[in-house]
Design a protein around this ligand. Structure first.
Ligand code: ATP
Length: 479
């Protein structure tokens, strides 16, 4: 049984072995902090995305979705503050030349202190760091690193450069190289595509405040410390929703969305105690209140989602830079104003990692007679890549023909997988490993009385039902 420490490694290995996630460009030794989703990973990811999309745009009558381009006019990022502010304080070790994010370096030290039984000391260190970060006191941060005797993990020395800021945006050129090319950025968040379209959507959709605009899509950040698998990537996917509200009502809506988003995570069947809220001490340049929903990954409690009260910062600045009005006329109070915004921003990859972490289970099935075990992904059935495996017991006696009929009846309703090769037990185990909630087995009795065996993934219980009821049965259990 994997311990918490090596459980994470076991999950990473499982993701690769069963076609969920591969290192990008692996044949060229990979590209650091960039990953590809394989045949089952992309299905699971899509199902998570669809579930979020439905919860936003279908379950809320006042939220609509858009799909904005990744490239945006370069002034967007001036207006949003990303050109000037989207940077992290970094420090380099002069001996190893390794670069660290200052907060990560200090957090690692605090973790170390906690493990040594000096939790109070670790907490005090974090509190001091928060204070210095909030004050942008880089000299103070360097002194804190030196005073706490933090060493580089590669060189083992405390020979540090000054703390400096590094912008996290990737830039590229639009237009041919020989002509005058203009520098543009790969978006570091999807939110700005929503802000610049705020009036387009409001007017064409005849939306009335309060209303929301949702979007899912790729974002890019040149993360310096990029490890921990898909937790911190350079290319990742966000699921964001900007909720436009009347100025002054932000506190109420901030609380509403905190609660609403927590409910969404709990609806995945994850226990309450695996989540916590973390209020931001150092607020981002756009926020008047902000918190994270943290989940207890195998690598500890870490940010999964951000809920931010963004005030009118973004719309006001786009109005300023574009010289186009970003105002809304509120017929209820007969006033024009720039709306305030509460944002919910969750990482799709981090949600994927959370769901994998919850689902991955190693089970010991040994009996007095023989040793046995299995790895099963206890995924919520509604998110599972495959809902039903159709398995004829033998490759002969007309069983594959009956199985094919079941396959044809079911495959337009949900994703099915057909397999005739290998002993049935081995086929079950392969389906367990990718989280398929149901297997249907067609045997000789099927030909006699028209019944089949349905096997439940988690309990491994089997029951016989009529072959004609398989589709209904699976649909009923897709929760
Ligand atoms: P962190 O502090 O972990 O860098 P952040 O506070 O910068 O994250 P936000 O800007 O609030 O993150 O982005 C919203 C969400 O996008 C995060 O909660 C996270 O789920 C996801 N996210 C951000 N950066 C990454 C990344 N490099 N890789 C994967 N997901 C990310």
């Amino acid at each position: 049984m994997a311990t918490d420490n090596n459980r994470f490694q076991a999950i990473i290995a499982h993701c690769k072995e069963y076609g969920f996630i591969f290192q990008s460009s692996e044949i060229y030794d990979g590209l650091s902090a960039v990953y590809d989703y394989g045949q089952w990973g992309s299905e699971l990811k899509k199902n998570i995305r669809d579930y979020w999309w439905k919860s936003m745009t279908q379950m809320h009558e006042n939220i609509v979705g858009i799909d904005a381009a990744i490239f945006m006019h370069p002034t967007t990022w001036k207006a949003s503050g990303h050109v000037d502010n989207f940077s992290d304080p970094m420090i380099d070790n002069k001996d190893s030349k390794k670069r660290y994010r200052v907060d990560h370096l200090i957090e690692a030290k605090a973790d170390e202190l906690e493990k040594e039984g000096k939790k109070a000391e670790g907490d005090a260190l974090l509190a001091e760091m928060d204070k210095l970060l909030a004050a942008n006191d880089y000299e103070g941060l360097k002194k804190l690193i030196e005073d706490t005797k933090i060493k580089c993990s590669v060189s083992g020395t405390g020979n540090w450069t000054d703390v400096r800021q590094f912008n996290l945006m990737f830039s590229t050129q639009l237009g041919s190289v020989s002509e005058e090319a203009s520098e543009i950025y790969l978006r570091p968040e999807t939110a700005q595509g929503i802000f610049v379209n705020f009036l387009n959507v409001q007017k064409t959709g005849r939306m009335k405040i309060p209303f929301g605009i949702a979007q899912t899509g790729k974002a890019f950040r040149n993360e310096i410390v990029a490890r921990q698998f898909i937790f911190r990537m350079r290319e990742f996917e966000q699921m964001e929703m900007q909720f436009f509200i009347r100025p002054g009502s932000q506190k109420e809506w901030y609380e509403y969305w905190k609660e609403e988003r927590m409910k969404w995570h709990l609806s995945l069947g994850i226990p309450k105690e695996k989540f916590r809220f973390h209020d931001h001490v150092k607020l981002a340049h756009y926020a008047d209140a902000a918190c994270d929903i943290e989940y207890e990954f195998p690598i500890g409690f870490k940010e999964l989602e951000g809920i931010h009260s963004r005030t009118d910062f973004d719309l006001k600045n786009h109005q300023l830079y574009s010289k186009k009005k970003m105002q809304y006329f509120d017929p209820e109070i007969n006033q024009n104003y720039i709306p305030y915004v509460v944002e919910t921003s969750v990482g799709l990859d981090r949600t994927f990692m959370m769901i994998m972490s919850e689902a991955y289970t190693e089970e010991d099935l040994s009996t007095a007679e023989k040793q046995d075990s299995r790895v099963v992904l206890k995924l919520p059935p509604k998110l599972a890549p495959i809902k039903l495996a159709v398995l004829p017991l033998l490759k002969k006696d007309g069983l594959p023909e009956v199985a094919r009929e079941i396959m044809n009846t079911c495959k337009s309703s949900f994703k099915c997988f057909y397999e005739e090769k290998d002993a049935i037990g081995r086929r079950y185990r392969r389906m367990d490993a990718i989280g398929t909630p149901f297997c249907v087995t067609i045997d000789h009795q099927t030909k006699e009385d028209g019944t089949v065996t349905i096997r439940h993934r988690d309990s491994m219980q089997q029951e016989r039902i009529s072959a004609s009821q398989v589709r209904e049965f699976v649909e009923k259990h897709l929760i």
